[in-house]
Ligand binder design. Sequence first.
Ligand code: TXA
Ligand code: MG
Length: 296
Amino acid sequence: MNPIDRALEVLRNGGLVAIPTETVYGLAADASNARAVARIFEAKGRPVDHPLIVHIAAAEQLPQWAREIPPSAARLAATCWPGPLTLLLPKAEHVLAAVTGGRDTVGVRVPAHQMTTELLTRFAGGLAAPSANRFGRVSPTTAEHVRADLGDLVDFVLDGGPCPVGVESTIVDCTVEPPQILRPGGISPDEIRELLGADLATTDGPSRAPGMLAAHYAPKARVLLAESRAIADTIATDVPGSWILDHSDLATYARSLYADLRAADERGIAVVVAVLPAAAGLGYAIRDRLTKAAHS
Ligand code: TXA
Ligand code: MG
């Protein structure tokens, strides 16, 4: 059976399918099936008040999920979708409380991955999907990562190869004016600011997006942060058997970040010394994930 046909069948029967996206693999269920959505939380071991992103095939479907689309959201959707951007909007009435964590807002995105676009187009509805890892662990960027984390807890893995971006979507809250960036991700905060022509606030503190805990994205290895390669080299000399994590190219750094952290665990590395890239472009998201990985 063609893998997309199989994925559709599983989703229509209320099952869980791991879907490839440009950012990371998602653990998807029919967003309008409460029983199927509940299975996502069971499989991940995720607290039930952490809302899920609804994935749709195209921006034209947005009015089915959001009761209001402010001009800022329309503009971001038109420019960045399909792509690594999630918009928080006032939810449409039918959206399940299990998806929104009981909030009045819903997170929506149009992922850019050919197999998932085909799946979503044929499915016609929305797919609720968090990253396909166990709660608190490193996100999966290959089908093998998903299988290693979730095993039989996922009914089918749609293998679309390694994720080209490698860090999760940027989350922009468009229910406030000016909009707020809640999570830096695959689209740089600078680009969002430029598109909106506004001086956007970024939150870090007690975030309005539950699930953005200080400790997250955690490998088993201890992660130490270094502001430069020279500092990392010095630390590594003092810590025998440590591993330096560093890529001069930001896109490469993002793409391989989670696979590198998983590889360190597989090799039994106790300490990873991560070089923080400059805060620009994808550097914001990489710094955010490394800082959280270092917190555990
Ligand atoms: O790139 C991505 O965004 C990936 C792929 C699979 O699409 N998904 C992802 O989902 O990273 P997840 O669940 O691991 O992270 C989504 C974050 C969570 O911190 C959640 O709390 C927040 O988005 N979120 C989702 N809906 C929300 C809402 N209505 N209000 C506040 N935060 C929300
Ligand atoms: Mg996640």
